[in-house]
Design a protein around this ligand. Structure first.
Ligand code: FMN
Length: 144
């Protein structure tokens, strides 16, 4: 099993319908391919940007296949991998793709992530200076 965590910038602000459409396709495909995970969308008002933070986990071949599509998807850009690795057990086993539309303070206990989408956040992401992404996402699953 493999997992991968990335952040990206939406190419435009996503409306509820855009997010629902994206999730419907993702959940259908992920069930078929034994992929689970969590997708977070946050529109950062201060910086006028929509941002995605996503973890995907599943069989290596399935993750590699999804990554090929995801990284070529024109709906987002500036895609940065924050963490990836091998795992024995799934962390998000009940979610073919959990979703959360984020608000300020949702990650207040995770330094670096509280200001998801700010210039400072993106500077840190580019320098690979955002440890703890996987833990932050797992904490959401456990507290839900
Ligand atoms: C932020 C973001 C997250 C996505 N997450 C998934 C996902 O978890 N699973 C998935 O199958 N597609 C996901 N997609 C869509 C893929 O990039 C691609 O459009 C889709 O897999 C194509 O599916 P289709 O071949 O069934 O049309 C995501 C796209 C974006 C922009």
């Amino acid at each position: 099993m493999k997992y991968l965590v990335y952040v990206s910038q939406a190419n435009r602000p996503f409306k509820s319908q855009d997010l629902e459409d994206l999730l419907a396709v993702s959940r259908r495909n992920n069930k078929r391919d034994s992929i689970t995970g969590l997708l977070i969308y946050r529109f950062n008002e201060g910086f006028g940007r929509g941002n995605f933070l996503q973890v995907i986990e599943g069989p290596k071949a399935a993750i590699d296949g999804l990554w090929k599509d995801l990284s070529a998807d024109q709906r987002h850009h500036t895609i940065i991998i924050l963490d990836e690795g091998e795992t024995q057990d799934r962390m998000f086993s009940d979610w073919s793709m959990g979703f959360r539309n984020f608000e300020d303070g949702d990650f207040r206990d995770y330094p670096g992530f509280a200001e998801l989408g700010s210039d400072d956040f993106w500077a840190k992401a580019e320098q690979k200076a955002l440890p703890g992404a996987f833990d932050a996402l797992c904490s959401f699953y456990q507290n839900s």
